[in-house]
Design a protein around this ligand. Sequence first.
Ligand code: AMP
Length: 271
Amino acid sequence: MRAWSRIARAAGERVGFVPTMGYLHEGHLSLMREAKRRADLCVVSIYVNPTQFGPKEDFSKYPRDFERDRKLCESVGVDAIFAPTNEEMYPAGAATTWVEETAVSERWEGMSRPGHFRGVCTVVAKLFNCVLPDVACFGQKDAQQCAVLRRMVRDLNFPLEFVVCPTVREPDGLAMSSRNVYLSPTERQEALALKQSLDLARRELAAGRTIDEVSAAMTKLITSKPSARIDYIAFVDSETLLPVNRYEPGRLLVAMAVFVGKTRLIDNMVL
Ligand code: AMP
């Protein structure tokens, strides 16, 4: 992978990069198109990284379909797919050197999924060292992941441009996710409560309601769905992920994780 990238760069071409765990959807494809716009070549990695899953999480049942992914990559003009095996990524079994961000990753996803961001930072740093990208594109759908990785790129001086692309949604508003395939038809319908509650937040904050009032209204909307259970709803600064208690337009990130049945979904909006 690195040899391929070095040859491209020596020829004066900019390398764009989109890291994914595969089972690609339109959200991933939008990142690939953006990478193509910002660079000459686009590399996509497809790797379900075991070190970012907790012991009770869905690593073994995470959906995988390489042939389908390969065709989708081809359809948007991806130049190379990097799909390493676990043995290639972690030759000695588990890694004993980790990359850990210790501020932005502390709360929310970091609290609910201990070790998750350490796994993400470590694998993304490794992937950057394999792919040598000039530009790397990530999705706003994973807002905290973007904030953590942006911090890692700055702190460790990764020589690349870090790009965040908008969340792509289904026509009815559900944020696209590889995990949506886990939802039953009823759960799929009830999962609309995430986006509906974010729209509610936007309306109510614009109408002058306090964050506490808005949070209560969102909770009520989501818990009215029998299959939904809230993990967290966070009103935070979009860069530091620290809680805020007053609405400052442009910086307020409303982020949530909600179990719909057994499936854990996340969504967010910058207001
Ligand atoms: P994943 O395969 O879930 O690890 O996601 C790979 C990349 O795609 C990450 O940067 C995600 O934030 C991004 N992504 C996932 N879903 C969406 C979406 N619905 N819209 C935009 N980007 C997304």
